[in-house]
Ligand binder design. Structure first.
Ligand code: GDD
Ligand code: MG
Length: 346
């Protein structure tokens, strides 16, 4: 069995964070995001993984090559131009010629893939899709199933009048098991979307297409700033079942500083006297000066937070400078190297 991670999107909704860092490798609790997906695949014994790339492929390859021991075999496949989710699968055909687990490259989950594989086999399915229940299905692919879990309808990003949320709230979790026969439905070298083209075609052709519905599995698309931040809070508060958080970094915390047990630090962080860090993740080399506050936030590496500055519920990119007494309010997202002058309110 193969694994394929679709990691070619532009990550526009995560801008400005994704201007210099492609979405698949944005740090999530100080680890490139794809490592969480690779871990889920590895736990199910899938060690032959293809990464389907298009946007900033060299950066993704570079970041993953820095990680010493992934414990899996990675093949990088780069499209000459974005081919869409289905086209990307077809383009990778030579490395996904067996039953393949396909992951959207921005899904954080702690699901046990072996249960999904078991389900796929028991249904003798040619395609299985994982579904997650959500409150508002309009941002996702809405999937209608029958009592036997057969997929009846697939509606990508449905309009309000196309959905009745009181009856259907199961959406495409961006995780599929596909038999190689599905490759034959996709013309070579053309742009095709699983969601708009391939799934509707499978339904038309009455191909055995089944849905595995998540129950207590964690599921989140990290592709927006709010969701990216929430993923951090869930991970550091132990909401996910399988991922250990690394709190072993050597840091320099003043005795008079307040740092809670939940927050996570990268190597070489410096927290000065009377500074407070609460429910946050700080990347390597972040400095928090005297009496500054960082609460419910994610700060990427080498950012400096000057004295008396306050940051709440925000995401701050790499090598930023937050001036003295500045107030960074909830929902702020700053790109790399941003500089906030002293006393500013953003
Ligand atoms: N290689 C490659 N080439 N990858 C691509 C391309 C492409 O042309 N276009 C998108 N991708 C990758 C993205 O990098 C991402 O990991 C994944 O495909 C899905 O794209 P998104 O842009 O994140 O889609 P979405 O979040 O709006 O919707 C998708 O995910 C939802 C779940 O989060 C759809 O699959 C929905 O049906 C689904 O509910
Ligand atoms: Mg997405």
């Amino acid at each position: 069995m193969n694994g394929l991670i679709l990691a070619g999107g532009k990550g526009t909704r995560l801008r400005p964070l994704t201007v210099f860092t492609p979405k698949p490798v944005v740090p999530v609790v100080n680890k490139p995001f794809l490592l969480y997906q690779i871990e889920v695949l590895k736990r199910a014994g899938i060690t032959d993984i293809t990464l389907s790339l298009s946007y900033q492929p060299d950066k993704i390859e570079g970041v993953l090559n820095e990680v010493w021991d992934l414990g899996v075999e990675i093949t990088f496949v780069t499209e000459p131009h974005p081919m869409g989710t289905g086209g990307a699968y077809r383009f990778a055909a030579s490395s996904v010629n067996d039953t393949t687990i396909v992951f959207n490259g921005d899904i954080l989950t702690d699901c046990d893939l072996s249960e999904l594989i078991e389900f796929h086999k028991s249904k003798k399915a040619e395609a299985t899709i994982a579904l997650a229940p959500v409150e508002d299905p309009s941002r996702y692919g809405l999937v209608v199933t029958d009592d036997d879990n057969r997929v009846l309808e697939f509606l990508e990003k449905p309009k309000a009048d196309e959905v009745n949320p009181t009856t259907i709230n199961t959406i495409n979790a961006g995780l599929y098991i596909l038999e190689p026969s599905i490759l034959e439905l996709i013309p070579e070298g053309e742009n095709r979307s699983f969601e708009y083209n391939v799934f509707p075609k499978m339904l038309e052709k009455k191909i055995p297409f089944f849905a595995y519905i998540f129950k207590d599995e964690y599921w989140r698309d990290i592709g927006t700033p709010e969701s990216y931040l929430r993923a951090h809070h869930d991970l550091i508060n132990g909401v996910l079942k399988i991922f250990d958080v690394d709190r072993s970094a050597r840091i320099d915390v003043a005795t008079a500083a307040t740092v809670d047990n939940v927050s996570v630090f990268g190597e070489g962080c410096v927290i000065k006297p009377n500074a407070r860090v609460i429910n946050s993740v700080l990347g390597p080399g972040v400095h928090v000066e005297e009496k500054a506050l960082v609460e419910n936030s994610v700060i990427w590496s080498h950012t400096r937070i000057s004295s008396f500055a306050e940051i709440r519920d925000s995401i701050i990119g790499r090598s930023c400078h937050i001036g003295r007494n500045a107030v960074v309010n909830a929902g702020t997202v700053l790109g790399d190297k941003a500089s906030i002058p002293d006393y500013s309110k953003v």
